[in-house]
Structure formats: structure tokens, C-alpha cells
Design a protein around this ligand. Structure first.
Ligand code: NAD
Length: 500
């Protein structure tokens, strides 16, 4: 018996349309290899049509009252809440993460939707009264026009929700290019956005890979690009879209270090480290992929290894699973290759997660928690973002030595310090050059009233993807200087100087 495989649609001008392309890719359940759907690589004409409808929709959307925009997002957050289980199930099936983690992915995005509903409070200009006699100056934060978003596979709900709700709530129209590896939950979220009242053309979706991304970077009608993904692709997007005169923000790769001081709460710290290193199979940009054990905390390694060894590898849909599969066969091979490389380069493989047995899911892309000790800064396993359940353990004599290691790493996305010392924590927060800093918080993703950030190779562009900063990103400041005359004041000589 053959089952027909559903196809993902493009969203152009408020309609979900079948692509006419000849280029398709399978969306695959990484625990079973079952093909869940097929995703089109949109044709150039389809991509242009999406941008054209977004441009047309901007003409009226930019004038829509703040309250009317807010009500759409109030409705939208309610719909996402009502469909939480369904969304998490779709996400877990196509991405692999556990159902609980998939719900977290949706819920973190939902918080941004809630924030978008109140964005009028932040999209306020400023006014200075009497900058000259009878003259006031004020600013308007006006939407830019058509903006575009390019998202990665690892948070297919949260990251699209970082982008289009904020762009649309601030009065822009938006073209989204989801990850081609797991676009199904993103499309379900997009359907719910239309149900909530997002009008035709205000949100469009094109599918594809590098060609679609390049078209968005080059398109003269797109004013801003928000990208989340790897440093390699993000750097390309930043350069290409900046050269085309756009605003660009790129949130990129990571190598996040957890520093453990010997005065930390031991049980709590080891549990936090294991959760942050191996949760979501290490496929989080905020995963703690390096642990630096300082001083006597170096002796905690065997317990860390033991704790990691208790984690259950399995399909995300199975109760009790801690570590789901990697996204693809290619990812599995890449992570396996890096393990071999680490061994070759002289690191000690304390826990080998290769080829775990997962009964009933023999075809899955499973990789168990793996731990290297004796890792040094010149090794490939340290230099590269592994993006799998692999923890590199390093050692340091002092906190300052550990801080120096972190600051010398090319990436500066997230980090965490585990300690009971307020003074050490404060010193760390001052000296560390990393965007997201956790103090006894392993994965310190900022809530939406703040903004996601990053240092060095983890971020290009000035402003973060949500929170207050994104209001600046998605708006153009216009400064108005105005004088209103009484009839009695009108007239007088021509003034050729530059006073007001
Ligand atoms: P990726 O860079 O491979 O893909 C991201 C997007 O770029 C996708 O939509 C993809 O279609 C597109 N793309 C891929 N190759 C391209 C090319 N050659 N030219 C133009 N576009 C291309 O990233 P991924 O593997 O989907 O996601 C994992 C990466 O994302 C990791 O590096 C992770 O650290 C990073 N990430 C960063 C953050 C953050 O906030 N800093 C958050 C999540 C993920």
C-alpha cells in the first residue's frame, strides 16, 4: 500500500499555494526515517510574487492602528496555547526533540507573541518642547517595509516566532524562509497566524535553501533581514544583504562554556551541566558544550560522566526519553567524525555515545551523550561547534584562567558560572565577553522583555532579534521639527542663516 506524502505549501498573498517547482526535499522523522512531507524549493517567480504581495500589503498595514495589530497577537497567543500539544507533536516528529522540550520550544516563542501584543508601549517616539522659540522636535518610529527572516532547524517554533510577530506588530510585512529540514511546525504556526487575523500579504512564506536566501539578500524591495543559524551562513548573509543596503542582524554559532568553581552546589551543578550539554541532543545554540572544571572541581569528572551515562536515548515521542535523535544522517556522520578526530588529537573519550541501541528505532539518527576530557584549545573538537551531545571537559587552576579560555574562543554566545560566591559571580559578569551570561543558570536565554545578543563570531549586527532592541531594528526613526504660526507672526524678511 502506498501512502501519498503531503506537500508543504508556499504562502503568497494570503493563500497557501502548491509550488510549481521541480525541486523537492523530504522532511524526515529523524527517529524513524519516515518521510513526513515534501518541501518545495520555490521558483524565482514564486519568491518574487511573495515579496511583491508583501510590498503591496505594506501600503495599508503600516497605517493599521496599534490596537488593531495588538488584538491579532492577543488572539494569536490564545490559538498557540490551545494548539500547544498538536504543535509540540508535529515539532517532535520532524525535529526529534522530546515532547516536553518541543512544548518548551513553542512556549518560548509564545512569550514573544505575548510581548508583540504590547509592542505599542515600546514603539514610542520622543518629543522635545521648544527646541527653539515655538518649535518642537519629535521622533516617529515608523515601520521599514518588507522584512525577511531566515531560520535554522533547531528551534522551528521559537525562532520564527522571534521574528515575524515583532516585525508585523511594529507595522512591517514579512517574508519568512523556514529551515528546509523541519518546516512543518513553522507552517502550522503560520496557519494559526492567519486564523488570528494576519491579513493577506502581511506574512508570506517561501521555502528553499541557499538560492532562496540569496534572493532575499539581494531583493531591492526587502529592507531588513533577520537571520539565525550557523556562523558560516550568517556571515555570508550579513555581507551579501548589507552590500544590498539592508539592515541585517545575524545570530549565529556557539561554543558555550560552563565554568564550575569548587564552591558550587555539586549535585545541582552536575545535573545542570548534563541537562544543558545533552538536552535536545546538544542541538541548541545555548547548549553548554564545554565544561571548565576549576581547582578541586576537577575531581567531579567521574560523577559528571556517571550522571551523563544515566540519560536515556530514544525517540522524542517515547516517555522517559532524555536525548532524542540528531536531525539528519549527515549530522550523525559529522558528529561521529568529530569524535574520531578528538580521539586522534589526544583527548580522552570518557563516555562514548556512538551507536547506542534504541529498541524499535534501529534506523534513527541516535547518538548518546559523549564526554571528552583533557581537551585543549587547539583541538578540532574544541574549535568547531559540534552541535551534538558531546561535552568537552577542560581544566583551570583559577577563575581568571577559565575566563581567559572563554574570552579567547571565537564564539561568544552563552556561558554559565556555577558558584556560591557572589564576588566571583560579579567578577565573572564583568570580565566575560559573551552575550548571554548565566549565574547558576545553565541556559540563560533572555525573556522577551530583554533581547537575545552575542559577542564575536556569534553575532553580526547591532540589535537583537526580539525585545526592545528589535523595535529599533524594525523601525526607521524620523525626526520632525515643527513650527506652527499664529496669523500675527507670519511674514518678515528672508533669513539665510541656519538658525531655527
Ligand atoms: P544553517 O546555517 O545551516 O541554516 C540556517 C538557514 O540558512 C536555513 O534556513 C538554511 O536553509 C539556510 N542556508 C543553509 N546553507 C546556506 C547557504 N549556503 N547559503 C545561504 N543560506 C543557507 O543552520 P542550521 O544547521 O539550520 O542551525 C544550526 C546553527 O544555528 C548552529 O550553528 C546554531 O548555533 C545556530 N543557532 C544560533 C542561534 C542564536 O541565537 N545564536 C539560535 C539557534 C541556532
Amino acid at each position: 500500500m502506498t501512502h501519498s506524502i503531503p506537500t508543504l505549501k508556499l504562502l503568497i498573498d494570503g493563500r497557501f499555494v502548491e509550488s510549481t517547482t521541480t525541486q523537492w526535499r523530504d522532511v524526515v522523522n529523524p527517529a524513524t526515517q519516515q518521510v513526513l512531507a515534501r518541501v518545495p524549493f520555490a521558483t524565482e517567480a514564486e519568491m518574487h510574487a511573495a515579496v511583491a504581495s508583501a510590498r503591496e500589503a505594506f501600503k495599508s498595514w503600516r497605517r493599521t492602528p496599534i490596537g488593531a495589530r495588538a488584538r491579532i497577537f492577543l488572539k494569536y497567543q490564545q490559538l498557540i496555547r490551545e494548539h500547544l500539544k498538536e504543535l509540540a507533536a508535529i515539532l517532535s516528529a520532524e525535529q526529534g526533540k522530546t515532547l516536553a522540550d518541543a512544548e518548551g520550544d513553542v512556549l518560548r516563542g509564545l512569550e514573544v507573541v505575548e510581548h508583540a501584543a504590547g509592542i505599542g508601549n515600546l514603539q514610542l517616539g520622543e518629543l522635545a518642547n521648544n527646541v527653539a522659540a515655538g518649535v518642537d522636535t519629535y521622533t516617529l518610529l515608523q515601520p521599514l517595509g518588507v522584512c525577511a527572516g531566515i531560520t535554522p532547524f533547531n528551534f522551528p517554533a521559537m525562532i520564527p516566532l522571534w521574528m515575524f510577530p515583532m516585525a508585523i506588530a511594529t507595522g512591517n510585512t514579512f517574508v519568512l524562509k523556514p529551515s528546509e529540514q523541519d518546516p512543518m511546525v513553522t507552517m502550522r504556526l503560520v496557519e494559526l497566524a492567519l486564523e488570528a487575523g494576519v491579513p493577506p500579504g502581511v506574512l508570506s512564506v517561501i521555502h528553499g535553501g541557499a538560492e532562496a536566501v540569496n534572493l532575499l539578500c539581494d531583493h531591492p524591495d526587502i529592507k531588513a533581514i533577520s537571520f539565525v543559524g550557523s556562523t558560516r551562513v550568517g556571515s555570508h548573509v550579513y555581507q551579501r544583504a548589507s552590500q544590498a543596503g539592508k539592515r541585517v542582524q545575524c545570530m549565529m554559532g556557539a561554543k558555550n562554556h560552563g565554568i564550575v568553581l569548587p564552591d558550587a552546589h555539586k549535585e545541582q551543578t552536575l545535573a545542570n551541566l548534563a541537562g544543558a550539554a545533552f538536552g535536545a541532543a546538544g542541538q541548541r545554540c545555548m547548549a553548554l558544550s564545554v565544561a571548565i572544571l576549576v581547582g578541586e572541581a576537577r575531581e567531579w569528572l567521574p560523577e559528571l560522566v556517571a550522571k551523563a551515562g544515566t540519560l536515556k536515548v530514544g525517540a522524542g515521542s517515547e516517555p522517559g526519553t532524555d536525548v532524542g535523535p540528531l536531525i539528519s544522517r549527515a549530522a550523525l556522520e559529522r558528529v561521529g567524525g568529530l569524535i574520531e578526530c578528538g580521539v586522534r588529537e589526544g583527548a580522552r573519550l570518557e563516555l562514548d555515545g556512538r551507536n547506542p541501541a534504541v529498541a524499535g528505532y534501529e534506523q534513527g539518527n541516535f547518538f548518546g551523550p559523549s564526554i571528552f576530557s583533557g581537551v585543549t584549545a587547539d583541538m578540532s573538537i574544541y574549535r568547531e561547534e559540534i552541535f551534538g551531545p558531546v561535552l568537552c571537559v577542560m581544566q583551570a587552576e583559577t577563575l581568571d584562567e577559565a575566563i581567559a579560555i572563554v574570552n579567547a574562543n571565537p564564539h561568544g554566545n552563552g556561558t554559565a558560572l556555577f558558584t556560591r560566591s557572589g564576588a566571583a559571580a560579579r567578577h565573572f559578569q564583568e570580565e566575560i565577553d559573551v552575550g548571554q551570561v548565566g549565574i547558576n543558570v545553565p541556559i540563560p536565554v533572555p525573556v522577551p522583555i530583554f533581547s537575545f545578543t552575542g559577542s564575536r563570531a556569534s553575532k553580526l549586527g547591532d540589535l537583537g532579534p526580539y525585545g526592545k532592541q528589535v523595535v529599533q531594528f524594525y523601525t526607521q526613526t524620523k525626526t520632525v521639527t515643527a513650527r506652527w504660526f499664529d496669523e500675527s507672526e507670519v511674514g518678515g524678511p528672508v533669513n539665510t542663516t541656519i538658525t531655527l
